[in-house]
Write a protein that binds this ligand. Sequence first.
Ligand code: SF4
Length: 283
Amino acid sequence: MTGRRLPDWLRTSIPFSNTMAKVESLIRENGLNTVCVHAKCPNRAECYGRGTLTFMILGNTCSRNCRYCNVTPGKPQRLDPDEPVKIGRAVSALGLSYAVVTSVTRDDLPDGGAAHFAETIQQIKTCSPYTKTEVLVPDFRNTIKSLQCIVDADPEVIGHNIETVFRLFPEVRPQADYHRSLEVLSWFAKNSTAVIKSGLMAGLGESDEEIASTLRDLHNNGVRALTIGQYLSPSPEHAAVQKYYTPEEFASLEAIARSIGFSHVESGPLVRSSYYAERTLCS
Ligand code: SF4
């Protein structure tokens, strides 16, 4: 279905703005990565135009190869030890009251990159003391020492995306594990005061019951903030879109999520885990 014309509700047209230019030049001049660019996010013009973005740390090459993701898989690069302070300074320069940081997965590193994440959170606190920080972390292979390292850095929101339903993991997330992700979320919920957040993509071939079951699993494991958005295939080599959900169907999914008990839900065709992420702490 990748060749099918995009439904109207997924078409975006935001004019280029001065704020967008400022964000782009700051990223370029500091050699930083954003998931906005690397994931080909459809909201980039809107988010950059609002002066918001999601930093992607630990390099731009991922040690895993999920079939929905546009980030380049392969042998990751050496870590840039100055990346945390560059991000702290960028957050300050942009005047962000809410910063979102995610990463590629680094199974090649003994701690999965947890210490680098913690240092980045610390640098944001140092350079911009009033900024709230949300981290969207990999599963760190459920290594408690790495999970503790994230908690000790004290971000306001800790996210780990489940991405898809249990049945589709072997097909679209072959190196990940549904239950391991739930265990990671559960550990964070029990061992931190942060809001625990997760995200799900719709359109990879899941059924309504599978979505509902996944939402119940997330809630039962301590997740309280949830995002649901339309999966868009980055290229014909990636997993194909099996269904475009309508805005009304996303509204129904939001109603289901709220009935399960999530306190914060963003559900819509263009929702991504970091889309208007600052609202996460408003619920
Ligand atoms: S939704 Fe997130 S990833 Fe997409 S452009 Fe906005 S901040 Fe970047």
